[in-house]
Ligand binder design. Structure first.
Ligand code: HAM
Length: 491
């Protein structure tokens, strides 16, 4: 049996629905922040990564999937999205677009030849965003706030934002020299990788997972103490903008990031939920003002972020976040003979085009088996098509929850289904559509349990962004819902 490659995953079933849902949330938030979707190739010329990122990081030296194609070209499967975006920015002369900065986001597979473990795959999916053409510290803060918004909108609570600065090239060089001098006398007590890093990339010693408890490492000089005035001011500005937006963060001097292209702001967002394991960094990013010019483009300041999809989905699972995933279908059509089957084929098509989620039988099951299949698919309604009813231009439709059956004229079937499904949705606003749902929503936005509503204009309750709805007005849609809830609970 052919099996999937090490470190690769099949995303199927409910998990695939969660991925699609997360995709849709990312798209909608990116739109609000006015980022345009960009798609760049999965493979690029090897020199893009080996030159662009620098040759001192593990991601490039040890983990890159390099090969020669049939034309003898040196190709690399992208280990990350930033370098490809920068290549595209230069190649498509986006720097000439007067509407700078260029704000883009992407979502796709990346490849790193790592030792597979929980949270570390060889084929990974990342979404990320980049702002190209702005040196304003407000854009650093925007990228951080956007990342946080995505996690929050998805319902994650247990996250922590760590920020740091590497300073400009001058500060960074001075800091690098200080670190080498500091670690040199003790380096034999560090892991093999750190010994290698001392000359190549001493900053990476700071976030070594193996040596993280070493007192020497804990007491290492901090970047923040080696900043020139300009770099310090810039970092303070980033913090000021984060404070203005109400983004909570901690300054963590050990955040240095795995890629070589960063200067000034760097940040990582960690999952703090129990059970995550050591690979708990959901995403990270920072400013990379030198990369465009390193790749022969005009000097362009940039900042960005990327998040691992797999880790994000794991955090949602561990935090048991309830997501509005559709796991049921509206209607299952059952039939016995060939004429009824043809009608099932016709009716399914009609109803699907009218917007309903409809399925029917494709494997020759008998009626009993078809009922079981309808249950497996969580069909809200079933119709057993029978020739006699169809001759009378009607069908018998059964509500699978209440088990009530009604005879409906085919002329009004669409209208009937519409009404019935809408009234089922009215029972609960939280999107879970479950029996015994405990949701106490006062509004339609899914903000849950009377907590502060942050949904903005999508909310019907008129409570406006960031405020708890206290409206008691009978004319207000939210007041209606409240009454319905109260009535239902009081009954
Ligand atoms: P990175 O820290 O290398 O940054 O990757 C970002 C995120 O991708 C990580 O925090 C993690 O969630 C996920 N990730 C990385 N490697 C793996 C793996 N082997 N398996 C599963 N998930 C993984 C970058 O890639 C930069 N391009 C971010 C950036 C954008 N900086 C500026 N702009």
């Amino acid at each position: 049996m052919i099996q999937k490659q090490k470190g690769c995953n099949d995303i199927t079933g409910r998990e695939a629905k969660v991925w699609k849902y997360v995709d849709s949330v990312i798209d909608s938030i990116m739109e609000k922040y006015n980022y345009n979707y960009i798609r760049t190739p999965i493979f690029e010329a090897t020199e893009l990564f080996h030159r662009g990122i620098g040759d001192t990081t593990d991601i490039v030296t040890k983990e890159s999937y390099d090969f020669e194609d049939k034309g003898g070209r040196k190709i690399t499967l992208r280990p990350e999205g930033t370098a490809g975006v920068v290549r595209s920015y230069i190649e498509n002369k986006m720097y000439g677009d007067p509407s700078q900065p260029i704000k883009v986001y992407y979502n796709g597979t990346m490849y790193r030849y790592e030792r597979p473990q929980s949270g570390r795959d060889r084929e990974l999916t990342q979404f990320g965003m980049e702002i190209l053409g702005s040196d304003d510290p407000m854009s650093d803060a925007e990228v951080i706030s956007l990342a946080v918004s995505i996690y929050q909108m998805l319902g994650l609570k247990e996250i922590k934002v760590n920020i740091n600065t590497l300073g400009d090239n001058e500060s960074r060089k001075q800091y690098r020299d200080t670190l080498v001098e500091y670690f040199k006398p003790h380096i034999k007590d560090f892991c093999e990788d750190c010994q290698e890093r001392l000359e190549k990339n001493p900053l990476r010693i700071l976030d070594c997972k193996v040596d993280c408890d070493n007192e020497i490492l804990k007491n290492a000089p901090k970047t923040i103490d080696h900043l020139n005035d300009e770099s310090r001011d810039r970092f303070l500005k980033v913090q000021e903008y984060l404070d203005i937006m109400g983004i909570k963060y901690e300054i963590n001097p050990n955040i240095v990031r795995g890629l070589d292209y960063y200067n000034h702001t760097v940040f990582e967002i960690e999952a703090k939920v129990d059970g995550f394991g050591s690979n708990n960094v959901l995403g990270g990013g920072g400013r990379y003002n030198g990369l465009v010019s390193q790749l022969d483009g005009p000097d362009t300041p940039c900042v960005g972020f990327a998040c691992g999809f797999g880790r994000l989905v794991k955090a949602l699972e561990l935090e048991k976040v309830k997501l509005p995933i559709v796991e049921d279908i509206d209607l299952f059509l059952l039939y016995v003979n060939d004429d009824e089957k043809k009608y099932a084929c016709y009716l399914a098509q009609e109803l699907r085009l009218a917007g309903f989620i409809v399925d029917t039988e494709y494997t020759g099951r008998g009626l009993k088996g078809q009922f079981k299949q309808a249950d497996r698919l969580n069909a809200k309604f079933t119709i057993v098509l029978n020739s006699e009813d169809l001759d009378n231009n009607e069908v018998k439709i059964k509500n699978n929850k209440t088990k009530e059956e009604e005879i409906i004229s085919l002329d009004v079937l669409i209208y009937y289904l519409d009404e019935q499904l809408a009234s089922m949705e009215d029972d609960c606003d939280c999107g879970c559509h479950e029996d015994g749902c405990k949701c106490d929503d006062d509004c339609d936005c899914g903000c849950k349990d009377g907590k502060e509503c942050t949904c903005g204009e999508d909310c019907d309750c008129g409570c406006q962004e960031g405020k708890e709805c206290t409206c008691k007005d009978d004319d207000c849609k939210c007041g209606d819902k409240k009454k319905k809830h109260h009535k239902k609970k009081g009954e």
